[in-house]
Design a binder for this molecule. Structure first.
Ligand code: SF4
Length: 335
């Protein structure tokens, strides 16, 4: 494990304050932040996240990003650590490093130029996923700088728990992001993640304003977030921001501290799709449980299927520069 200099911090009343996430930890010398992967050493802040637990090829559809360069392969990395502590996390053996004693460090340093070159060789992009990528903002910036001359974009799958300062910085380096919006209920969100929900929507709006392509996922956790009481407020909030935001409803499978629980019933996912459409959202997706229909993009004008998908992969994209070949309606995205 290697600690390297971190960005986004300031001196405040004799402490070094981290400005990356809304916890804004004010650290004494030698202290580590709540995330467990950023620490103070003397007058500077350091991070352990210039490293990755995985390095493998994947698809953008798997992040999921459906309206961003469909079918593009992505080289996926995951720097250990997270600002949330969700009890259903399927990646807890990476994400909860520094927060749970049972999780061991298992990551290798990353050479950004090497990663960018590998991605460029397949005309792909680089994704940071599985853990919280904003904690690896320094690695993200380095990957983006190495990738830019080669046409390699960096994308994130994020919990959206960022400060405005971090949103500003991320927007300079991240081309697209899928943000998890788990619930807007203050108490439920705190219980589920250990953090408040407000910054998540602010991040979503802030990244969009700065030109980053944003899609949203909501995990439907039975008994917690799978019902209309959770889904309707999220759908309305997204539709108020922009009805074209793609919304992915994710089937929860039992993991981590919820291994005794059942997966999300298919009926709840189908009800979620109806809720999204009733709220005015144009594109509501369910990856597998509703078959090919659940993951197809339909033209908002004439309902023609303009992008068909296989499981976690592109099937056929008949959009012509983003327009429906039948009626000419634009489907929003980066095609
Ligand atoms: S990123 Fe880590 S150290 Fe920084 S404010 Fe958040 S929890 Fe604290």
């Amino acid at each position: 494990m290697r600690w390297t200099p971190a960005v986004l911090h300031r001196e405040r009343h004799g402490r070094v304050q981290c400005l990356l996430c809304p916890f804004r930890c004010a650290l004494k010398d030698g202290e580590t932040g709540l995330c467990g992967v950023r620490r103070r050493s003397g007058g500077r802040l350091e991070t352990a996240t210039f490293a990755s637990s995985v390095r493998h090829w994947d698809t953008l559809e798997r992040k999921p990003l459906f309206h961003y360069r469909p079918g593009t392969p992505c080289l996926t990395l995951a720097a250990p650590g997270c600002t949330f502590a969700c009890d259903y996390c399927i990646n807890h053996r990476m994400s909860q490093y520094g927060r749970e004693d049972s999780v061991r460090w298992d990551a290798e340093p990353v050479d950004p130029e090497d990663v960018a070159a590998e991605a460029a060789a397949r005309a792909g992009c680089v994704a940071i996923s599985y853990t919280e990528p904003s904690l690896a903002i320094e690695l993200t910036a380095a990957l983006a700088e190495s990738g830019r001359p080669l046409g390699v974009d960096v994308v994130w799958k994020s919990n959206g728990f960022l400060t405005p300062e971090a949103v500003d910085l991320a927007a300079r380096h991240v081309a697209a992001v899928n943000i998890d919006v788990k619930t807007l209920d203050e108490r439920d969100h705190r219980e589920l993640t250990g953090a408040r929900p407000g910054p998540v929507l602010d991040t979503l709006a802030g990244l969009r304003e700065r030109g980053v392509w944003v899609e949203v996922s909501t995990p439907l956790i039975p008994g917690l977030t799978a019902g209309p009481g959770t889904l309707r407020p999220i759908a309305r909030a997204l539709a108020a921001l922009d009805p074209a935001i793609p919304w992915h409803l994710v089937r929860a499978t039992p993991a981590h501290r919820r291994t005794g629980h059942a997966p999300t019933p298919v009926a709840d996912l189908a009800a979620g799709v109806r809720i999204g459409h009733e709220a005015g959202l144009r594109h509501v997706y369910v990856e597998r449980a509703l078959g090919a229909d659940g993951r197809a993009t339909r033209c908002a004008g004439c309902r023609t299927t303009v992008v068909a998908r296989d499981v976690w992969a592109l099937g056929e994209n008949i959009l012509d520069d983003g327009r429906c070949p039948r009626c000419g309606t634009v489907t929003e995205g980066r095609w």
